[in-house]
Write a protein that binds this ligand. Structure first.
Ligand SMILES: *Cc1c(COP(=O)(O)O)cnc(C)c1O
Length: 391
């Protein structure tokens, strides 16, 4: 901890625990103490820590071929792209590394479509985003954040974005103009504190975009791949986006892998030289990604998240404390709101053996790996109750 404080940029304020190893839903610190992981690296660990099948796939690929660059073909990229398209019902996929890079890719794709297909005059394309959004940390992305911690001091903001209230289909309808090329939205705002929009909002927004000739782009980096009890967050409303952004659990936590998926008339617009990444789509990433999807689907983790999420939410709802303002959740993406700062509560949780992080001050998110069992949820609820009794 001292070395990080001394030599690291202080862009994080970690809880005071030093983790050394992990397996499944548990992580152990340097003193050998065991913790329930209730953050799952912001939902990158849906398949649990160190899943043996993903590790085996990674090891096998590592000893064969790890990186070619996209100057050449490799024998893993094509099959993985095909797999992703089949899974999502999209025509094409473009692989990147971090989530923010995939969001940047989506921004470029929407603008390109705006100019080439919709006929928006050059440099006039506008993308609508939501208040409370979190899409990553690049200069362009933080430029349209509504969180001062994210944008303050990092201007000037990239032009071409307009913020509208999250959860209001009317606001979206009103904001669409002739130069609007896309609407970028999270099915649930994770970083904003697990904000679940009103029922019907996403479906209505989807129709409004279709009618207004605007691309509907879902950032499912956190909500995708089973987290909310459906394969994708949008499945709760039975809709398919024009653009879909995936990341985090796409690798099961082993490796940074992200993807943008879309239709042929959107992703087909990229020509050689217009976009790329040295590591994006490398064979190691593809082998890990395929194994991570196998674990998710064969282990029926999506259905598990749905069932266990209900049990977890009911359990959280039955906890009593004067500081609790409310609980909510969808699948295994849950949150508890307090009427005061939640960080001290997270420190109490840590002492009980539960890793969880406050988000936006007064909210604690609970998002365990989807491989958690019902008995483990009950156990964790007991520890959460004990931490509450000391809060
Ligand atoms: C985490 C996250 C990102 C950014 O992903 P990075 O891999 O951290 O760049 C973007 N959008 C959402 C919704 C996220 O949760």
């Amino acid at each position: 901890m001292g070395l990080e404080r001394r030599f690291g940029a202080q862009n994080y304020a970690p809880l005071p625990v030093v983790l050394k190893r992990a397996k499944g839903v548990f992580a152990w610190d340097v003193q050998g103490r065991r913790y329930f992981d209730m953050l799952s690296a912001y939902s990158a660990l849906n398949q649990g820590h160190n899943h043996p099948a993903i590790i085996a796939a990674a090891r096998a690929q590592m000893s064969r071929l790890t990186l070619t660059s996209r100057a050449f073909y490799n024998d893993r990229l094509g099959p993985f792209l095909g797999r992703l398209c089949a899974l999502t019902g999209q025509d094409r996929a473009l692989l990147m590394n971090s989530g923010a890079e995939a969001v940047e890719t989506a921004i470029k794709a929407m603008r390109l479509w705006g100019y080439r297909k919709k006929g928006i005059p050059e440099n006039q394309a506008e993308i609508l985003v939501c208040e409370g959004n979190f899409h990553g940390r690049t200069t362009t992305i933080v430029g349209f954040s509504s969180d001062p911690d994210s944008y303050d001091g990092f201007g000037p903001a990239t032009p071409g974005f307009r913020k509208i209230p999250y959860g209001s289909a009317d606001a979206l309808q009103r904001a669409i103009g002739p130069n609007t090329c896309g609407f970028l939205v999270e099915p649930i705002q994770g970083e904003a504190g697990v904000r679940i929009p009103p029922e019907g909002y996403l479906g209505a927004a989807r129709s409004i975009c279709a009618e207004g000739n605007v691309l509907f782009c879902a950032d499912e980096i956190q909500t995708g791949l089973g987290r909310t009890g459906r394969l994708f967050g949008l499945d709760h409303e039975g809709i398919k986006p024009d653009l879909l952004i995936l990341g985090k659990a796409l690798s099961g936590g082993l490796y940074p892998i992200s993807a943008l998926l879309s239709r042929d008339d959107v992703l087909g617009l990229f020509k050689p030289g217009t976009h790329g990444s040295t590591f994006g789509g490398n064979p190691l990433a593809c082998a890990i990604g395929e194994a991570a999807l196998d674990v998710l689907l064969k282990g029926k983790l999506v259905q598990k998240a749905d069932k266990l999420g209900r049990i977890f939410l009911e359990g959280l709802g039955s906890l009593k404390h004067p500081a609790i303002e409310g609980v909510r959740g969808r699948g295994l993406l849950l949150a508890m709101d307090f009427n005061r700062e939640a960080r001290p509560f997270c420190e109490l949780l840590l002492r009980q053996g539960v890793l969880a992080k406050d988000t936006h001050g007064k909210t604690v998110r609970f998002a365990p790996p989807l491989i958690i069992s019902e008995a483990q949820i009950k156990q964790a609820l007991g520890l959460i109750a004990r931490a509450l009794s000391r809060f």
